[in-house]
Write a protein that binds this ligand. Structure first.
Ligand SMILES: [Zn+2]
Length: 242
């Protein structure tokens, strides 16, 4: 991957999250590892996910310094910096305030494999970062969040949002999308009663392999990117030019 490809991935990941309904005005972000090891490509503060363009990106160093682009970095850039610093195999991270994830986390009950989305965690509960419900605004908090996430595809941040990671932008974005949808399904169920039908651990593991191989994550992601491009075209905007 070249820096230009990383920047394009950062733009597309942002747009895909917006298309999936994970925008929260100007809050929430996706970050892509710089292939030249200078830091991360991430949107500048003040822009919504669907408003991200190449010239609205920053290159933020692992010391949270802006090396390229305008303005200060997002206060929560430490989420991305610390996860990607700790895990060389990962290339993209996502943090959003997805509504169903936030609502579900307040119940403090295990996430069950009730649907295809819910099988993402192979029948295990989703990890939660409990150290703070406030901003992850320091390197120390970013490191503690990284520990809470572990090797899971995503984690809940109760009273705040979610975090997701992946080897590709497609994987990280889809992990965030699938977690939020799994939370939405369980919220609907729990609004009327306890879940009676769900996958057991064996079926959940099998469904993760069957439903969510890299090719399926990529297919879902490309759909979201196309949806976003269609919305931009409708208002006469281009994602990659000023
Ligand atoms: Zn946040």
């Amino acid at each position: 991957m070249t820096p230009a490809q990383a920047r394009r991935a950062a733009v597309e990941a942002s747009h895909a999250l917006a298309a999936a309904g994970q925008g929260d005005m100007v809050w929430g972000h996706a970050a892509v590892r710089d292939p030249e090891a200078r830091g991360i490509w991430i949107k500048a503060p003040g822009w919504g996910l669907e408003e991200v363009r190449d010239d609205r990106l920053q290159l933020v160093s692992y010391d949270a310094e802006v090396l390229h682009g305008e303005g200060v970095p997002h206060k929560e850039c430490h989420i991305h910096l610390e996860i990607l610093r700790a895990s060389p195999e990962l290339n993209c991270t996502v943090h959003t305030h997805a509504v169903s994830a936030v609502a579900f986390a307040t119940l403090d009950v295990p996430l069950m494999p009730l649907s295809h989305e819910g099988a993402l965690f192979s029948g295990d509960d989703v990890p939660r970062f409990r150290d703070t419900g406030g901003l992850v605004s320091s390197s120390d908090l970013g490191k503690r969040l990284t520990t809470a996430l572990g090797a899971a595809p995503a984690a809940l941040m109760p009273k705040h949002g979610l975090v997701a990671a992946g080897r590709t932008a497609a994987a990280a974005v889809m992990h965030a999308v699938l977690l939020d949808r799994a939370c939405a399904v369980q919220l609907r169920v729990q609004a009327v009663g306890p879940a009676v039908v769900r996958s057991d651990a064996w079926e959940a593991r099998a469904k993760r392999a069957q439903c969510w191989p890299d090719s399926q994550l990529e297919a879902g992601y490309r759909y979201l990117v196309r949806q976003a491009a269609g919305s931009l075209a409708a208002v006469g905007a281009s994602p990659h030019t000023t």
